[in-house]
Ligand binder design. Structure first.
Ligand code: PEP
Ligand code: MN
Length: 367
């Protein structure tokens, strides 16, 4: 899908989240009872008075006959608890009626879930329901690693005139999720950030992790990548949670987790730091220039070889030679402390390009 650059971003050019980064969205997966919300919110508010308190009341479950949320009733609980502890509140909406009910109950922030983002008709219906509404809306990434679908949903909301659109990165469902519940695919989050540099982008590390043990490394990774905040599902007693029990943590665990994260800023005012950084960046720029120069020379030689192969009726792919190159560069890389995976990826790309050049070479296509 072709994506129109610029237009949507202009409308969303201010970071509208009120607090200094990092922004926190904490709270249970689902609202279960007023007591459950109160017990959880009181402990969150104690340490994180600026946190947004989340709870789902309509739960889009993969299969029926599991807990599907308490529905509309939960909105009043959530709104009351938010007022009681001075926390902003957030809930998931999947249908226009959800939007209407949430706004009526005074919920401060809405989000669109991963399953809904994947459906353009549903997203458009929500965007229409949100026309002229001044309430922030976060768009979670769709289940599958389809960046265009995520951007498309954001565009639908932006073009309904909502200027407070944000994104939540919750990871993607792959055939092989490695150790994660949803594979982070940080590269896609970074690409979204590059397209919408001033749009708040929050990392929902709970749905990526699926289990508490992975949360510390994910929280740190999100902060290292300059994400705007963290969404962490928190329940006063995760063991009895009615949804996502395995991944929720209690408020004491939350505090321990957040205390262990090193929060970084995107830049520093320190002049010495800036000077040093400029110097190092100048070195990198020079090396990049040399690398591209060398690549151009290498590809030129590959093209020449391609012509000889053609003239001598020899195949373009020479497996033995290719294996020998890989072995040679890997042993040099090992001596220099470069990772095997990196060199493999880099040389596979170089080899693929050489083959493309040799395939497209004039002599060859003239025949
Ligand atoms: C949730 O936030 O509880 C939720 C259902 O998330 P997702 O839409 O990312 O699966
Ligand atoms: Mn959940």
């Amino acid at each position: 899908m072709e994506i129109e650059e610029g237009i949507a971003e202009e409308k969303n050019s201010t970071n509208w989240l009120p607090k200094e980064r990092p922004n926190f969205i904490f709270g249970p997966c689902s609202a279960e009872s007023p007591e459950q919300l109160r017990k959880t919110a009181s402990q969150i508010a104690e340490h994180y008075p600026n946190a947004i308190f989340r709870a789902g009341v309509w739960k889009p479950r993969t299969r029926p006959n599991s807990f599907e949320g308490v529905g509309k009733e939960g909105l009043e609980w959530l709104s009351d608890i938010g007022n009681e502890f001075g926390l902003k509140t957030a809930t998931e909406v999947a249908q226009p009626e959800h939007v209407e009910a949430s706004l009526k109950a005074g919920i401060d922030i809405l989000w669109i879930g991963a399953r809904t983002t994947a459906s353009p008709f549903s997203v458009q219906a929500l965007a229409d329901a949100l026309k002229g509404v001044d309430v922030p809306v976060f768009v979670k990434n769709p289940l599958h690693p389809d960046l265009s679908l995520w951007i498309g949903a954001i565009e639908r909301l932006l073009s309904s005139g909502n200027e407070k659109v944000g994104a939540i990165h919750r990871g993607f469902y792959l055939a092989d999720n490695k150790n994660y519940r949803n594979y982070p695919h940080w590269d896609l989050a970074v690409q979204l950030k590059a397209k919408y540099p001033s749009m708040p982008l929050i990392s929902d590390i709970s749905h990526m992790a699926g289990k508490p043990s992975l949360l510390p490394q994910l929280a740190q990774k999100a902060m290292n990548l300059d994400m705007d905040g963290l969404l962490i599902e928190t329940h006063y007693d995760p063991a009895i949670a009615l949804s996502d029990a395995e991944q929720q943590i209690n408020p004491a665990q939350l505090k321990e987790l957040i205390d262990g994260v090193t929060f970084k800023s995107a830049s520093s005012e320190n002049q010495e730091f800036r000077n040093k950084l400029d110097l190092l960046r100048a070195k990198i720029d020079k090396i990049d220039e040399e690398l591209v120069d060398k690549l151009a020379v290498r590809m030129g030689i590959a093209e020449e070889i391609g012509i000889y192969k053609k003239q001598n009726k020899v195949t373009i792919l020479q497996l033995e030679r290719w294996q020998q190159i890989m072995k040679q560069v890997q042993s040099q890389a090992e001596l220099l402390g470069l990772s095997e995976g990196f060199i493999e990826k880099l040389y596979n790309a170089i080899h693929e390009e050489s083959i493309r050049i040799q395939t497209d070479s004039k002599e060859d296509s003239a025949s």
